[in-house]
Design a protein around this ligand. Structure first.
Ligand SMILES: Nc1ncnc2c1ncn2[C@@H]1O[C@H](COP(=O)(O)OP(=O)(O)O)[C@@H](O)[C@H]1O
Ligand SMILES: [Mg+2]
Length: 418
């Protein structure tokens, strides 16, 4: 606070700063936080435009995330290794943009193009503990005057606070996600243990019930009663299927890891549903990009995963539609550590409210569903040190993304202690 009294900053600056800090406490999502920061910067210095470029760890670039003028759908970015970013990493103060020869050597061609296109006057860093999380660009002020020292100083303080808050939100989100995963994995493990214990006890009497029904069946002549008998058999079979599903949770540990052709397995899976797909006007397609297609995994378990996901896709498509499977490698150069398999359908989609429930065992929206397909698949993929994610838009369709290591670390696939 000494800073303010020393420099005798006009009171409205102080008010903006206080309001900003108050709002930080109430916000828990990154996009709203960036928008509030933009609003405060506009109140303070009235720039024509403000642009937030945020670091994307996947591409290692700084990509346009929010702005007062551009559609963020346009891909504007600063490359991580280029001159402007390097300068901002090394320096603590903001950079006044000038294309004078002594400054121009800082920028790469892309830096120059983007800075000129956005009429950028000044670039601020969003830094946390010396790591550059983002760039904030200001266009000239609306009144054409230069930015004053006080203005840039307050904006810098606001951005330092915003950077910290953004980092906190990211950390909070990460924690939430990993807690959710832990909870899910725990739940699956408990079900596995329960199922292993109960399945045997249930299956034996169930087999007796089925045999008894089959034994008396030929003696029943009344067509209505015969129908009841066949319904009873179908129900017994359904219970058996559920138990089989539950047992998969406990069998997750017995993965039989061997190299096989992933592309071929995907084709086999699609051929299993091809007659249903044909009858219901569903187009299926597989595109496989990586140079090699051998994966080390349990082929039987992965087949179960793909079949579960593809069957869900078929069931989500009412009349006609498509199921597209595409496989990419994780490396940009075609080299691959992970296969990233996307299975996309044009079915009914899942509401935001329900998307978190789909991995819950027994969650189903289908009259004949068991609600075990996705939870078992989740368990199998995690056992393979992979990830399974689902994205969906009601009315548009669903995409299931499965990331699997080409060669999982076999040390980690240990049998469950008995
Ligand atoms: N591709 C999809 N499109 C729409 N909804 C889906 C899709 N995949 C899964 N779901 C939803 O998730 C629920 C759980 O799926 P799952 O675990 O396979 O069980 P089940 O298919 O037996 O219902 C489904 O009942 C459905 O509501
Ligand atoms: Mg299913």
């Amino acid at each position: 606070m000494r800073l303010f009294s020393r420099r005798s900053i006009p009171p409205n600056y102080m008010q903006v700063f206080i309001d900003f800090n108050k709002s930080l406490k109430l916000i828990n999502d990154k996009s709203s936080l960036i928008n509030i920061t933009i609003t405060r910067i506009i109140e303070l210095a009235a720039p024509e435009h403000v642009y937030f470029f945020m670091f994307n760890p996947d591409s290692t670039n700084y990509e346009l995330q929010e702005s007062t003028s551009y559609s963020t759908k346009r891909k504007l970015l600063f490359c991580g290794g280029d001159g402007l970013v390097k300068w901002l990493v090394l320096n603590e103060r903001q950079l006044n943009i000038s294309f004078d020869p002594e400054y121009a050597s800082i920028y790469s061609e892309n830096d120059k193009t983007v800075l000129k296109e956005l009429h950028c006057k000044i670039v601020f860093q969003l830094k946390v503990m010396n790591s550059l999380k983002g760039l904030v660009l200001l266009a000239p002020k609306k009144n054409g005057k230069p930015y004053s020292g006080n203005e840039t100083e307050i904006i810098k303080i606001i951005l330092d606070n915003a950077a910290l808050a953004i980092e906190n939100i990211a950390f909070f989100e990460e924690q939430k996600e990993s807690l959710k995963k832990m909870y899910r994995a725990d739940k699956l493990a408990v079900i596995g243990q329960l199922a292993a214990g109960a399945a045997h006890e249930i299956r034996n009497p169930l087999t007796s019930i089925r045999s008894i029904i089959q034994y008396v069946e030929p003696e029943i002549k009344n067509p209505e009663k015969r129908k009841m008998i066949s319904n009873a058999i179908a129900e017994v079979d359904r219970i058996n299927e559920i138990i089989k599903g539950l047992l998969s949770f406990s069998r997750l540990s017995d993965a039989n890891m061997e190299p096989f052709d992933l592309k071929e397995l995907l084709h086999q899976t699609i051929s299993l549903i091809s007659s249903t797909a044909f009858a219901r006007n569903i187009n299926t397609a597989i595109s496989f990009q990586p140079r090699q297609s051998i994966i080390t995994a349990d082929a039987g378990q992965l087949k179960q995963v793909f079949l579960n996901v593809v069957l869900n896709a078929v069931e989500a498509i009412c009349e006609e539609g498509s199921i597209d499977i595409s496989v990419k490698g994780s490396g940009e150069d075609g080299g691959t550590e992970f296969f990233i398999i996307s299975i996309k359908d044009t079915g009914s989609g899942i509401t935001q409210e329900n998307i978190d429930k789909v991995f819950d065992p027994f969650y189903t929206t289908k009259a004949e569903g068991t609600g075990l397909g996705l939870s078992i698949s989740y368990g199998i993929v995690h056992k393979h040190q992979g990830e399974l994610e689902i994205r969906s838009l009601p009315g548009t369709g669903t995409e299931v993304i499965i990331k699997l290591p080409v060669k999982p670390n076999s040390e980690k696939i240990k049998p469950t202690p008995t």
